[in-house]
Ligand binder design. Structure first.
Ligand SMILES: Cc1cc2nc3c(=O)[nH]c(=O)nc-3n(C[C@H](O)[C@H](O)[C@H](O)COP(=O)(O)OP(=O)(O)OC[C@H]3O[C@@H](n4cnc5c(N)ncnc54)[C@H](O)[C@@H]3O)c2cc1C
Length: 284
């Protein structure tokens, strides 16, 4: 299929972006890597008046680490995030997730910010950033505001970004000393969107869990922080009873939607399986 007609502007400055966003509001779309946007246009799931291409803007594609915070610019390509030593050192959970984000050709164009702003509940990065307690930086003509990942993802493809704002980056707390990570997903083929996935980080002293942060994707209408499972694990030793308590807590934490992959019950089952495997990996 072909998209409905639209205007296209390659923005040369943030002011130009803000002018166009003010003029067109919800009828404008930011164009980053285009790997999700162009598909939605071609399928006519969306028919904006204008695409505002931000690929010419300076200063929002860098990745850096400073003072216990990893900063990833919105325009950082998935491939750059995958290859970044700063990401591997300060946010190994993101490094583990990146090879699962689509395929190489898509990772060469797709961007960190595009993935976060698109807020696909089956995507890896929204769930990982939620698990890691990331903060997103949104810029408008009035300046910048920061929104915690917990408050950013509002629902199915819905975020707290306002029509006059552009996502410029994310700030992610560096992994504390001694914390471990586990990332797993079940997909029909490597690189496809996951049916269900888990991203976990926390401390395991001996075999006892603490400070666990567990994100799920493909398990609801948005990326999910599994607070019930996290609290069920606090101070508990890794054994069958603890695993079962964490799995049982998922009934309240998750709300998967049936889709072409299968019914909600199947996804709940897969989420329990992944929880058991991820806890075993963390405790190993
Ligand atoms: C075949 C295929 C398989 C894929 N598999 C996966 C997968 O397994 N996991 C996964 O996570 N993703 C997957 N993707 C999606 C891919 O990761 C996309 O790159 C990503 O979701 C969007 O990034 P983008 O830069 O291409 O954004 P775009 O497509 O340009 O934009 C996506 C949306 O975000 C908005 N947007 C983009 N950047 C900004 C910004 N800075 N500020 C405000 N709004 C912005 C756009 O307006 C648009 O609404 C797949 C894509 C394809 C085509």
């Amino acid at each position: 299929m072909k998209p409905a007609p639209f205007a296209y502007v390659r923005a040369e400055s943030f002011d130009q972006v803000f002018d166009l966003l003010d003029e067109h509001g919800d009828d404008a779309r930011i164009l980053a890597g285009g790997q999700s946007l162009m598909a939605t246009l071609n399928m006519r799931l969306s028919a904006p008046e204008i695409l505002i291409d931000i690929n010419g803007l300076d200063g929002i594609s860098d990745i850096s680490a400073d003072g216990g915070t990893l900063k990833i610019g919105a325009l950082a390509r998935h491939s750059a995030v995958l290859e970044s030593e700063d990401v591997a050192t300060h946010a190994p959970l993101i490094a583990k997730a990146m090879p699962h984000v689509a395929h190489q050709a898509i990772r060469n164009r797709g961007t960190f910010g595009g993935s976060v702003a698109f807020a696909d509940p089956a995507a890896e990065l929204p769930a990982v950033t939620r698990a890691l307690g990331a903060t997103f930086v949104l810029r408008s003509r009035d300046g910048e505001r920061k929104v915690a990942a917990d408050d950013f993802f509002l629902g199915l493809f819905e975020t707290a970004r306002k029509d006059n704002e552009i996502l410029v980056g994310a700030e992610i707390p560096s992994i504390p000393d001694g914390e471990r990570t586990a990332f797993m997903e079940l997909a029909r083929r490597h690189g496809d969107y996951a049916i269900v996935g888990i991203a976990a980080q926390g401390r395991v002293d001996g075999d006892t869990f603490s400070d666990m942060k567990i994100g799920f994707f493909g398990a609801g209408d948005q990326p999910i922080l599994a607070k019930g499972a996290m609290s069920a694990l606090e101070g508990q030793a890794h054994n069958d009873d603890t695993v079962k308590k964490a799995q049982d807590a998922l009934d309240a934490d998750l709300d998967p939607m049936p889709d072409l992959n299968g019914p909600a019950e199947m996804k709940m089952h897969l989420a329990r399986v992944l929880t058991k495997r991820a806890l075993a990996e963390l405790a190993a």
